[in-house]
Design a protein around this ligand. Structure first.
Ligand code: ZN
Length: 291
C-alpha cells in the first residue's frame, strides 16, 4: 500500500528516540501479567524469557529527535521510519472517526536497539509491542529485517504497516475495556488469542478504509490497496501465527499454549476486518469452535 507522494504528514504524532543501549539483563521487577501477554503479541515467545528481557536495567543517554524528513507521502514510500510516521497519521485520523467519544491517541515511540517503557525495557528480543500502562506503542524498524531473516517473511510496506496497525488495535481494545479483562491464560480460544485476533481484525479494518483517510488538506494519504499488497500483509500474519512459530522452532504444534492464534486464524481475522470493518471485530463473542 503506497502513499500519495504529495500527501502531507504530521510528524508530531511520533516520538523518535536515539542512543538507547541494550541494558544488562537482570532485576526481578514485578511485571503485570497482562502486560506480559500483550507485550508478546507478535512473537510467539514464551512469557518467561520475555520477563527477564523486560525487567532489564535502564537505558541511558537517550535523546528524542525530530523526524523532520518525514513530512510527505513520498518520504513514507522511501523510508521505513517515515512510513511508520505516515501510517501513524492515517491510523490516528481513521480511529478518531470510528469513535463518537472517548478516543485517545496512543504514543508511538520509534527506537533503536533498546528503550524504556512503563512495561519495562524494550529491545529487539521483545519485538514491537503495546504497553497499556503508558498507552504507547514501541517499535524498532529493525524488526522488519528480523521478519525477513528469522521468519522468512516478505515484510513489504503493507506488512510493516500491518504490524503498527495491529499494535494500534491493542490500544483500541484498551480504550474499549476489553484488553483489561484478559489475563495470562493461553489456549486456542483463550482471552489472549481473542485479543490478538481482535488486533488483527482492527488492522484489517484500517486497511479497508485507508485510501479514504485524508490529510488536513483533503489529500488521501494512500492509494487503494492492491491484491499483491494484501498478500504481503497476509504473509506477515501467517509467519507470526503460533503454529508456524512452533513448527519453525522445531516444536510440535500445541494449541493449548497458543497465545496469538494460528496462522490461518490471523489471516482470517485480518480479512474479516478488511471485508467488514471494525464492527465485525468482536472476537470475544465468538463461540470457541468458530474462532
Ligand atoms: Zn498483539
Amino acid at each position: 500500500m503506497t502513499f500519495n507522494d504529495d500527501a502531507r504528514i504530521d510528524t508530531g504524532k511520533v516520538t523518535r528516540r536515539r542512543g538507547g543501549k541494550a541494558a544488562a539483563i537482570g532485576g526481578g521487577g514485578l511485571i503485570g501479567v497482562l502486560v506480559l501477554v500483550v507485550a508478546s503479541q507478535l512473537f510467539g515467545v514464551d512469557l518467561t524469557p520475555l520477563a527477564s528481557t523486560l525487567t532489564g536495567g535502564a537505558t541511558a543517554q537517550e535523546e528524542t529527535v525530530e523526524l523532520e524528513d518525514c513530512t510527505t507521502g513520498a518520504s513514507a514510500n522511501a523510508d521505513d521510519e517515515c512510513r511508520m510516521v505516515a501510517a501513524t497519521d492515517s491510523l490516528d485520523t481513521f480511529w478518531q472517526d470510528q469513535f463518537s467519544s472517548g478516543y485517545r491517541k496512543p504514543e508511538v515511540i520509534l527506537y533503536s536497539t533498546a528503550t524504556e517503557s512503563a512495561c519495562g525495557s524494550a529491545s529487539a528480543a521483545v519485538g514491537p509491542f503495546y504497553c497499556p500502562a503508558d498507552e504507547s506503542i514501541y517499535l524498532d524498524t529493525a524488526f522488519f529485517t528480523t521478519l525477513r531473516t528469522d521468519f522468512g517473511a516478505t515484510a513489504g510496506p503493507l506488512s510493516q504497516m500491518y504490524v503498527l496497525a495491529h499494535e494500534w488495535g491493542h490500544h483500541i481494545s484498551n480504550l474499549t475495556g476489553q484488553l483489561s479483562q484478559v489475563g495470562r491464560e493461553t489456549g486456542a480460544s483463550s482471552g489472549s488469542v481473542r485479543l490478538e485476533l481482535q488486533a488483527d481484525c482492527y488492522a484489517g479494518a484500517w486497511v479497508r478504509d485507508a485510501s479514504n483517510v485524508t490529510d488536513d488538506r483533503g489529500t488521501a494519504f494512500m492509494k487503494p490497496v492492491t491484491e499483491e499488497e494484501i498478500a504481503d500483509a497476509m504473509n506477515a500474519a501467517s509467519v507470526i501465527g503460533d503454529d508456524y512459530i512452533q513448527r519453525r522452532s522445531g516444536r510440535d504444534v500445541n494449541p493449548d499454549s497458543f497465545s496469538h492464534g494460528s496462522s490461518e486464524q490471523r489471516r482470517r481475522w485480518f480479512q474479516t476486518g478488511y471485508r467488514s470493518g471494525a464492527t465485525a471485530c468482536d472476537t470475544f463473542s465468538i463461540p470457541a469452535g468458530e474462532l
